[in-house]
Structure formats: structure tokens, C-alpha cells
Ligand binder design. Structure first.
Ligand SMILES: NC(=O)c1ccc[n+]([C@@H]2O[C@H](COP(=O)([O-])OP(=O)(O)OC[C@H]3O[C@@H](n4cnc5c(N)ncnc54)[C@H](OP(=O)(O)O)[C@@H]3O)[C@@H](O)[C@H]2O)c1
Length: 310
């Protein structure tokens, strides 16, 4: 039987954060969680787009308990401010969906000087998860879901250069190879983070689930800076369907820590959720530990009480 939004168990009483919830996969994830009774925080970088998404969600799901809170993953000061404001406003965190992402934007760095894709897609989420860790520990059944991509397969990740601006490549004429590689690296980092976080969670909280998902190919704003957007009409899924792997990882009782959920169709580009396998590199425990240590050093965030690599 296909896994659809009808498969989502009742979420009443659960408090969730979805990053990048104003568009695409994040919006559809927040909407489906709210429709099942969860209280959802839409964590978005642009206040206008965040408020507009909360208003749209309230119109589409009249029973929704959803609110916008500002979070710019490209600026660790706002990540800290978000975590503090969340802790003051909510009693605990049951579900964190690390969804926000950028793909092949114009080359640039975050406020903290990290290459923008690694900065937003991995380092911002690493810091956010660490800063929200105390709130997650207050939940009876906390879950963290990280949205990765099939692009992790072309990531190779030189941890010594983590977060450093892209290197030029051997092509001439201002190609975007370096940006695509940086995107793949950031999505590989997402999976390595899930695997190491799953092991930290096992020691910290019995019953905690840490899982990954990828949405296949879904027509969203993600492709806006790339030529891929021209092919969206022919090949891509609609965002509501692209959100199903995330929703499955976030709510299905059968999911266990370390699971990776993606679409079941051809090349995992389309279809309905199933358990999938990441690349060999994404399962490299040594690399995951190196990434964890470098992420702590660069962000200055340590997970309270954890002992990564122990
Ligand atoms: N669509 C696909 O085919 C596909 C495939 C594989 C993986 N993914 C992954 O799916 C996730 C969601 O992407 P999407 O396809 O739904 O694209 P999207 O519609 O562009 O959504 C991305 C979201 O991330 C937000 N965001 C970007 N930078 C941010 C920052 N610095 N701080 C906070 N939020 C930020 C965006 O906000 P703004 O609206 O303000 O830009 C937007 O809300 C990403 O992690 C992406 O890598 C997507």
C-alpha cells in the first residue's frame, strides 16, 4: 500500500518546527503536520514570506495551530535567537524538521563566513539542532528529520576545508561545477550528521528517532537559479508528493534511527515513500565523526551531555 498523508498518525499534542516552511517541501510538510493536529512553528528567514505562509496555511487548514518565527540559517546569531525565543515560548520540542536549503545560489558566504550551501544546509542546521537539544530532551518521543538529496552521491566532502569558499574548477567560462559540488557536499553532510546524531541520541534518550529523507525531484523554488527548472514540467513531482518522504520519516511509527526515506520510483526521482540506502560515503562512521568535530568547532555549538565519537 502506498504511504500517503492518510498514513500520518494523529499528531495532536506534538510540537513541531519545520525550517524553510514558507515554500515547497517545507510548506507542504508543515501543512500536513498541522492538518493532523500538530502545533507547528514555521521557521523562515524572510518575515514577509513567513507570515504569508502562516496566513495561507490557516486558510487551507482552518483548524491549524501554526505560527511563523524568524530563523536565518545563514546567520548563527539568528539561529541562537530563534532557539532562545522558542524555549521561552514552548514547553518542549517533539519534532524538528531540518528542511530549509539552497541549491547552486550565486557564490557567496554566510554572515559567519561559511560557503553558503554548507553554511545553510548543514552548519546552520547543526547549530540549530544543538541549541534546541535541551527542548528535544523534554519530549517523551523526540524526533529529528533532516532533508537530504540524491545529490549526496556526488558529494566527497573534504572536512579540513569545511565551510570554506568554493574552489574554482578546471572548466573555463564561469561554469557552476564548483557550486554543484558544494551542494552535493552539503547534502552528504546532512546524511553523515543524521548517522552521528542517531548514535548521540541512542545514548541520550531512549525512544528518540533521528532519520533522513529526500524528496526525489519536486518542482519547487529550489531550481530557480538552475536550468533544471525548465524540465520541472516534464519530470518533477508536485511539492505535496515530494513532502511525503519527509512526512513518513517524521511520523511513521515504523521508522527507526538512521533510516533514510525517499521515493520508490525510477532513480528515486518520483514515487511514494520507501526506505532507501545512502552512498557508502554517507555511512562512513569515521567521516561522520570528523564532520561532527569540525561542525562543533566552526559553529561553537556543542550538544549538552553528548560525547560524540565515544
Ligand atoms: N525540490 C527538489 O527536487 C529537491 C530534491 C532534493 C532535495 N531537496 C531538498 O529539499 C529541501 C527543501 O527544498 P525545496 O525543494 O522545498 O525548495 P524551496 O521551495 O526553495 O524551499 C527552500 C526553503 O528553504 C528556505 N531557506 C533558504 N535559505 C534559508 C536560510 N538561510 N534560512 C532559513 N531558511 C532558508 C527558503 O526560504 P526563502 O523562500 O526565503 O528562499 C525556503 O523556504 C532542501 O533541503 C533541498 O535541498 C529538494
Amino acid at each position: 500500500m502506498q504511504w500517503t498523508t492518510a498514513s500520518i498518525p494523529d499528531q495532536t499534542g506534538r510540537i513541531a518546527i519545520v525550517t524553510g516552511a514558507n515554500s515547497g517541501i517545507g510548506y507542504e510538510t508543515a501543512k500536513a503536520l498541522a492538518a493532523k493536529g500538530a502545533q507547528v512553528v514555521l521557521a523562515c528567514r524572510d518575515p514577509e514570506r513567513g507570515e504569508e505562509a502562516a496566513t495561507r496555511l490557516a486558510a487551507e487548514v482552518p483548524s491549524a495551530q501554526a505560527a511563523f518565527m524568524p530563523l536565518d540559517l545563514a546567520d548563527l546569531a539568528t539561529v541562537r535567537a530563534f532557539a532562545q525565543a522558542f524555549g521561552e515560548r514552548f514547553p518542549r520540542l517533539d519534532l524538528l524538521v531540518n528542511n530549509a536549503g539552497v541549491m547552486v545560489p550565486p557564490p557567496g558566504v554566510t554572515a559567519d563566513g561559511f560557503e553558503s550551501q554548507m553554511g545553510v544546509n548543514h552548519l546552520g542546521h547543526f547549530a540549530l539542532t544543538g541549541l534546541l537539544w535541551p527542548q528535544l530532551m523534554l519530549s517523551d518521543a523526540p524526533r529529528v528529520v533532516v532533508v537530504s538529496s540524491m545529490a549526496h552521491k556526488w558529494g566527497c566532502l573534504d572536512v579540513k576545508r569545511l565551510g570554506q569558499p568554493q574552489r574554482g574548477c578546471c572548466c573555463k567560462g564561469g561554469c557552476s561545477c564548483g557550486s554543484w559540488k558544494a551542494y552535493g557536499d552539503s547534502k552528504l553532510a546532512n546524511l553523515l550528521f543524521v548517522n552521528e546524531l542517531a548514535s548521540v541520541a541512542r545514548g541520550a534518550k531512549p525512544g528518540m528517532v533521528v532519520a533522513a529523507a529526500h524528496p526525489g525531484w519536486s518542482a519547487t523554488n529550489l531550481q530557480r537559479t538552475t536550468r533544471l527548472r525548465r524540465l520541472n514540467g516534464c519530470f518533477a513531482m508536485r511539492p505535496w508528493q515530494g513532502a511525503l518522504p519527509t512526512l513518513c520519516a517524521a511520523t511513521d511509527p515504523e521508522i527507526v534511527s538512521g533510516d533514510f526515506i525517499g521515493p520508490d520510483g525510477c532513480l528515486q526521482a518520483r514515487g511514494y515513500p520507501k526506505k532507501v540506502r545512502g552512498s557508502c560515503r554517507s555511512r562512513d562512521i569515521g567521516l561522520a565523526r570528523e564532520l561532527w568535530a569540525a561542525s562543533e568547532r566552526l559553529t561553537g555549538v556543542r550538544f549538552p551531555g553528548e560525547c560524540a565519537g565515544a
